[in-house]
Ligand binder design. Structure first.
Ligand code: ADP
Ligand code: MG
Length: 309
């Protein structure tokens, strides 16, 4: 006979600097389930690094021991945010996403290297540091239109389509002039301004939406005016999304892929995926599914007769 785990209320920290929709959703949903949810401004955490006991301080007091931490670390504070998170990790707190996975997934170059090493499909991607190599770099990616991306781009802000070799050279020169780090990618034309966001929670794709660019833009980011609707994904797409999330060991991930002629191509793995767009588009309660996963991980396992006898 299987006994249900006792419903214990959990104390959970949401590491977030912003009072945005996703953070509020996490608070409301968690409290509805009887948990105590504390929103901790990541940049206000401070720490003594010593060998005795890792701890995290906040506004004059030491933070309590949380049952779980949900990191929502924005791209502008990745280094500090993941340092705070490492502190929680050393305390043995369950962190929905780990510091290493957040750091690696956020750096597009590192992320693509890790994905490639696992044989996960992606557009032809190349990178070079010296202006002397621009021509050869373009050659590596092929003769067609190219996409040039700032390594730290989010919301489509640093992603440019260069239709010709000449255009690609100018964009690359401009980025180099600004000392920006970027990568070059073959343009997956058949994706036609659409991408698929798969939301992965604890090793399952729990929701998927298709985002379509507005007007003649090729970028489907919702922040660029794209629209979203629910989509049925293929088994291959599901497997690809799961494997991509697993590369970074993320308990909550938004995996973006393009539908190319020769299968799904991963563009990026987002460790702080927004909840609003996907919940609206699919009608799924993602926050609840996340808490289901946290409760499974953190609550004591049901006591089995066999072990207590
Ligand atoms: P960001 O992190 O800024 O969102 P992405 O790599 O996700 O950068 O690119 C933004 C959007 O541009 C994608 O959602 C997709 O619609 C489009 N896009 C990006 N790379 C390609 C590509 N290689 N081929 C076709 N479309 C692309
Ligand atoms: Mg994106």
């Amino acid at each position: 006979m299987k006994l249900a785990a006792p419903a214990r209320s959990l104390r959970i920290a949401v590491l977030s600097r912003e009072d945005n929709h996703s953070t509020r959703r996490l608070v409301t949903e968690g409290e509805e389930r009887g948990h105590t949810i504390e929103v901790i401004d990541t940049t206000r955490c401070y720490m003594a690094i010593n060998t005795l006991a890792p701890e995290v301080h906040y506004d004059g007091t030491r933070l309590p021991r949380y049952d779980a931490v949900i990191p929502r670390i924005g791209p502008s504070i990745t280094a500090y945010g993941t340092a705070v998170l490492r502190q929680f990790e050393s305390l043995g707190t369950h962190c929905v996403n780990g510091s290493a996975g957040i750091t690696a997934s956020r750096d597009k170059l590192h992320a693509h290297q890790l994905l490639a090493a696992r044989g996960i499909g992606m557009p032809q991607t190349a990178f070079a540091a010296s202006p002397k190599d621009t021509d050869n770099l373009i050659g590596l990616v092929g003769s067609g239109p190219l996409v040039v991306k700032l390594l730290e781009s989010t919301q489509g802000k640093g992603v440019v389509l260069a239709e010709t070799r000449k255009a690609a050279q100018s964009v690359i020169d401009a980025f180099r002039g600004l000392r920006a780090n970027f990568l070059v990618q073959s343009f997956v034309k058949e994706a036609a301004g659409e991408d698929i966001r798969c939301l992965v929670v604890d090793g399952k794709v729990v929701a998927a939406m298709k985002r379509s660019a507005s007007g003649d833009d090729f970028r489907s980011n919702l922040h660029r005016g794209g629209t979203a609707k629910p989509v049925r994904i293929t088994r291959e797409e599901r497997d690809t999304a799961l494997r991509a999330a697993r590369v970074f060991n993320l308990g909550l991930a938004g995996v973006d892929l393009l539908r190319a002629h020769d299968g799904p191509k991963v563009l990026e793995v987002n460790s702080s995926p927004g909840l609003e767009g996907i919940e609206l588009a699919t009608g799924k309660n993602i926050a609840a599914l996340l808490y289901d996963a946290i409760e499974r991980k953190v609550r004591p396992a049901p006591v089995r007769k066999r072990r207590t006898a």
